[in-house]
Design a protein around this ligand. Structure first.
Ligand SMILES: Cc1cc2nc3c(=O)[nH]c(=O)nc-3n(C[C@H](O)[C@H](O)[C@H](O)COP(=O)(O)OP(=O)(O)OC[C@H]3O[C@@H](n4cnc5c(N)ncnc54)[C@H](O)[C@@H]3O)c2cc1C
Length: 430
């Protein structure tokens, strides 16, 4: 409900993470919510990702944290080295707070958990491609010409390549990154770094990554997300794409071995990113949320987390105001303030890891790791990583009860992983 107790009719365009979280929050607040998703059949598309503590806080509020922890993989460290074995990045959540960790998840797992959590008032219309929004009337126009109208609020959550964002206002910036990635899911098996995101680089021209992402409902096999960076204009080039196994063997034999055991029927799948900045997130009754409002490169692993926080921020703003226009301005102000530093750093860091700038990569190899060990620098980087930096200098406080839940689960997960614990389990079962 809004502050004056009004129940709004709300349309959400897009049932990605941002749209799903917004549907859950707004529906739970008593609003009537309709989702329009262009995919004909519901299901997640895309690689695994890393959820940060701030994203996990949102999942706790939405009631899906236990399921996420049960399926995800606890990530305690982000470690990257160049081809000569020199550390370039080595960041541990525990250096900020022993209770913190990231959670690697399969997109399918998070999608299913959020989808199953929306029971009461659930209304998802699939296979409807929305091509226009009338922000004054609160109506949507679908590709088949159907008009869906009478909404008090339209939430545009149609992702990084949003076609609807220009209906809200001209973006200040909306451009594709020149580099993207190919990816696949691979069985975790006996991979040594079960609690780490690992990356390996050749200058900034090659980047390979392995992120444990756990299991998903209906599939108990723990998996990892494999990433292979390349220029966006070569992503679809089968000849180039087909060579990746040889290249990987040279760069990272252990990863190549893990992949050799995996059947990849359709080859690696392409992923592109955009850099989007909007001065104006709302117009009339329509508002942007998630990547539609602020797409960024995944270099900092923040997009899903920011989409989840947007949904929470929109719920809070609608609760606090009875006037929708005022609520949307508050929502934009609060979210842009939090996002500013992430957008800046992801834009600044991406060419150091994905480009042909060999000099910049040399600087990265020499300076990045030592800088991150400086007392001030390390704290700053860890706050950005965990999503708990707000603006340039502020902090996003995580509640103590949430930190305790993380701490308890982290201890349980560590014990589950430790050889001594596993041996004791074997003894019990003998
Ligand atoms: C390779 C890669 C790795 C990433 N890794 C991470 C990570 O580790 N951590 C992290 O936090 N983030 C990561 N991200 C970013 C993250 O995936 C996005 O920020 C996040 O998915 C954004 O959510 P969203 O709901 O805004 O958009 P999306 O998840 O893209 O959802 C948009 C939805 O809208 C639907 N849609 C689109 N157009 C229409 C239309 N016209 N009508 C109806 N429906 C429509 C789409 O079908 C889709 O379901 C990564 C991204 C990439 C590409």
């Amino acid at each position: 409900m809004t502050q004056s107790g009004n129940r709004l009719r709300i349309a959400i365009v897009g049932y990605g993470t941002g749209g799903q979280a917004a549907a859950l929050y707004l529906s739970a607040d008593g609003h009537e919510v309709d989702v329009f998703e262009r995919a004909p059949v519901l299901g997640p598309v895309g690689a695994g990702f890393l959820l940060q503590p701030v994203g996990l806080l949102v999942l706790q509020e939405l009631g899906v944290l236990p399921g996420a922890l049960a399926h995800g993989a606890v990530i305690r460290r982000l470690y990257g080295e160049n081809a000569a074995g020199r550390p370039v990045m080595d960041m541990r959540y525990g250096e900020l707070d022993q209770r913190l960790f990231g959670l690697g998840m399969q997109r399918g797992a998070l999608f299913s958990l959020l989808d199953a959590a929306w029971q009461e008032g659930r209304s998802v219309h699939c296979g409807i491609d929305i091509v226009d929004v009338d922000s004054e009337r609160g109506s949507l126009i679908a590709a088949d010409g159907c008009v869906h109208d009478g909404y008090d609020l339209v939430v545009v959550a149609d992702g990084a390549a949003s076609r609807l964002r220009s209906k809200i206002g001209r973006p200040v910036l909306d451009q594709p990154y020149p580099w993207g990635a190919q990816w696949c899911l691979v069985e975790q098996g006996d991979w040594v770094a079960a609690n780490e995101l690992r990356q390996r680089y050749v200058a900034a021209r090659r980047m390979a990554g392995m992120l444990p992402v756990g299991t998903r409902p209906g599939d108990p096999v723990p998996r990892m997300s494999f990433f292979w960076s390349m220029p966006a204009d070569r992503l679809q080039d089968d000849a180039v794409a087909g060579n990746w196994r040889d290249d990987l063997e040279n760069l990272w034999p252990q990863a190549a071995q893990r992949l050799a055991a995996t059947v990849i029927p359709h080859g690696l799948l392409p992923a592109r990113y955009r850099d989007v900045v909007h001065a104006q997130w709302s117009r009339g009754r329509a508002v942007l949320l998630g990547d539609a409002a602020h797409a960024m490169s995944p270099q900092l692993g923040q997009g899903v987390n920011m989409a989840l926080l947007d949904a929470r921020g929109l719920r809070d703003a609608l609760r606090a105001r009875s006037n929708i226009g005022a609520a949307l301005s508050d929502y934009q102000a609060a979210r842009r303030h939090h996002l500013r530093a992430y957008h800046f750093w992801s834009r600044w860091l991406t060419p150091l890891f994905q480009s042909e700038h060999d000099l910049a990569a040399k600087f990265r190899d020499l300076a990045f790791h030592p800088m991150s060990r400086l007392p001030g620098g390390r704290g700053q980087m860890l706050r950005i990583l965990s999503g708990t930096r707000r603006g340039w200098f502020g902090r996003f406080a995580l509640p103590a009860d949430f930190l305790n839940v993380l701490s308890e689960f982290g201890t349980y997960a560590d014990n589950r992983m430790s050889p001594a614990y596993n041996a004791s389990l074997d003894q019990v079962s003998e």
